[in-house]
Each structure stands twice: as C-alpha cells, then as structure tokens.
Design a protein. Structure first.
Length: 128
C-alpha cells in the first residue's frame, strides 16, 4: 500500500514531466541533465518549438518541456549553449503560475546549482 495520495495525473499517458510527478519527492528533485532536444509541443495551431530536457536516472524516460522562464534560469547557471547543460545538475520543483484566468501547476528550476552529496564511507567501506 502506498502512503499518501496519488495524483491521478501520474497515471495518465503523459509524454512529459509535470509538477504532479514531483509529489513523491516532496515537490522537489535535483537531477543531472542527460540531453537536450528541440521538440514540438502543443496542439494544432498552438504548436511551438521548445527545448526538452532529459535526465539521468529518470526511469519513465519522460522529458521536461523547458519554457522561457526555466531556460533563462538554467542559462544563468550554465550559459546559453544547451550543449553545456549536459552533465550539469539542476533542481526542479512544483509551483503554480498564472495561465489566463487560472492558477495552474508548473515546474520551475531553482536559480542555484544544487549541492552534490558526497558518498560517505562507513567503517566497512574503504575509499578507492
């Protein structure tokens, strides 16, 4: 049995990561960018080209559509060349934003480089 509520959107056939996917991680997750691809998102006359970030270790294989706000945040950390983003860590978190007259769920990128946790050796482990 799973603890806590499970957002129904995590069970839908969604192609990209959504804020609801972060609920299991407390609404925030630090990830390493594995690749950046140009993608087409939206429907019909609302289709737009956007960068899609894919992350190391994300089992679902879902990418995150990167809007202008998130692109600017990552560019402030690592530069505007998306090739330089590969291998770099970012922290994403669930937030709300205004979309027309509604407040909607979204993913935002923290404007700081995540601190990397160094593995600690136990008494049985010997560092290489």
């Amino acid at each position: 049995m799973t603890e806590g509520p499970i957002d129904y959107r995590t069970m839908l056939d969604k192609e990209h990561l959504g804020a609801w996917d972060l609920a299991a991680t407390g609404g925030e997750k630090s990830l390493v960018i594995e690749r950046v691809e140009a993608g087409i998102v939206g429907r019909d006359d609302k289709k737009r080209r956007k960068p899609i970030l894919f992350f190391a270790g994300v089992k679902s294989g879902k990418g995150m559509v990167c809007n202008v706000t998130n692109c600017r945040t990552i560019a402030a950390l690592y530069g505007t060349d998306t090739r330089e983003w590969v291998g770099k860590a970012i922290t994403i978190y669930a937030a709300k934003t205004q979309f027309g007259s509604e407040q909607v769920d979204c993913i935002r990128v923290r404007p700081t480089v995540p601190k990397r946790r160094e593995p600690r050796a136990t008494s049985e482990e010997v560092p290489p």
